[in-house]
Design a protein around this ligand. Structure first.
Ligand SMILES: [Zn+2]
Length: 199
């Protein structure tokens, strides 16, 4: 079939999400990725977010994230495809997904990522950074649960922004679940190896 003859060659996944042709999706040379913060993200979390971005920069060996801390994105908390990469602090979350600490939506064309938005679940989880409590879960019945390290969560979600998928071995920051109290703020060797396939 002509269509098959025109399809690009499938690639090793290298830890990346792949498109329907089996090609890794990433930003390719279109970095640094500029990310904005919604106005609802607490000021006390900005340093943790910057620290997570720097960890990716350091590992790649060049600037891969450009975090715009000012001005903030104002308006409704309504993540959607709008041409801007935004980190949202969500005080409401789907009732049937309460175990989900965060979520990253990635939009791509061909094998090139065009936009990614991060949602932090502030409804069901409280957050801390470097032994300081930053926020409590918005839902009162969740307020007494142990908090999550926000730098560790953002580090993981930023991996999704770069195109990485979940990896539950090798101590990867892309492990599906982050336990409360787990200070997983450094990348593992397996994460470095994965990055080198695309960045
Ligand atoms: Zn994830």
């Amino acid at each position: 079939m002509t269509l098959q003859a025109c399809a690009p060659k499938s690639q090793e996944d290298c830890g990346f999400v792949q498109n329907v042709y089996g090609e890794r999706i990433s930003w390719k040379s279109d970095v640094p990725v500029t990310m904005y913060l919604h106005a609802d993200v607490p000021d006390s979390m900005v340093q943790a977010i910057l620290s997570a971005a720097e960890t990716w920069d350091r590992t790649v060996g060049r600037k891969i994230f450009n975090i715009v801390t000012y001005p903030r994105v104002t308006g409704p908390v309504n993540p959607h495809q709008d041409g801007k990469n935004i980190i949202y602090f969500m005080k409401t979350w789907e009732a049937n997904r309460t175990s989900e600490q965060g979520r990253t939506s990635v939009y791509w064309v061909g094998d090139l990522i065009k936009e990614a938005d991060i949602r932090l679940n502030a409804a069901d989880f409280g957050y801390y950074w470097r032994s300081q409590t930053l926020s409590a879960a918005a839902k009162s019945d969740r307020a007494n649960l142990p908090p999550v390290n926000v730098e560790a969560l953002v580090l993981h979600e930023m991996g999704h922004v770069l195109g990485l998928k979940h990896k539950d071995n090798g101590g990867s920051v892309m492990a599906t679940y982050l336990a409360s109290g787990d200070d997983r703020v450094s990348l593992a060797n397996t994460d470095e190896t994965a990055l080198r396939c695309e960045y």
